[in-house]
Design a binder for this molecule. Structure first.
Ligand code: CUA
Length: 167
């Protein structure tokens, strides 16, 4: 199945590349474009906006939640059908906590909800990998762990919780 999808993707990519190359070949430009040429000015504006878009996108990705800043505590999380195992029931308040998540069977979505029921952060949890996500809790209370990736008949039942408290 994966090979068929790969083959279809490669054919589609080849078609798109061929279309672009054909268009580029058809749009032959004079070797020297005067600066007053409106077409060239339009092209410079588009390139400038594209560059600006790339820069804004890169800058807005900070802070990147998957780089771990001076971690104060590590919490190991293991998922399986249909449970979350957490190696602690209390995590520190106001300090960066790194969650290391993996699973023993299929892909799950490790998600943490605050006491009001708002999703704070999530990361994929997969067998054979340890994914890391860091968070600094600002409010003490009971936080719920949920599964955010459909993983089977009792996906909705993959619940656990931990307490956030000052050390
Ligand atoms: Cu595990 Cu959904």
């Amino acid at each position: 199945m994966q090979l068929i999808v790969l083959a279809i993707s490669l054919v589609a990519m080849a078609l798109i590349a061929f279309t672009f190359l054909s268009a580029a070949r058809a749009a032959t430009l004079p070797a020297v474009v005067p600066r007053t040429d409106p077409e060239a000015r339009r092209r410079r504006v588009i390139l400038g906006l594209a560059a600006l878009g790339v820069i804004v996108t890169l800058l807005s990705l900070r802070p990147w939640p998957h780089t771990i800043p001076g971690t104060a505590a590590v919490v190991n999380v293991s998922g399986g059908q249909f449970y979350w195992e957490i190696d602690t029931d209390t995590v520190p308040l106001g300090e960066p906590v790194a969650f290391h998540a993996h699973t023993v069977d299929v892909t799950h979505g490790f998600g943490v909800m605050d006491p009001a029921g708002t999703i704070l952060f999530q990361t994929q949890a997969m067998p054979g990998y340890v994914n890391q996500v860091s968070h600094t809790f600002e409010t003490p209370g009971t936080y719920r762990v949920v599964c955010l990736e459909y993983c089977g008949i009792a996906h909705h039942d993959m619940l656990n919780e931990f307490t956030v408290a000052a050390r």
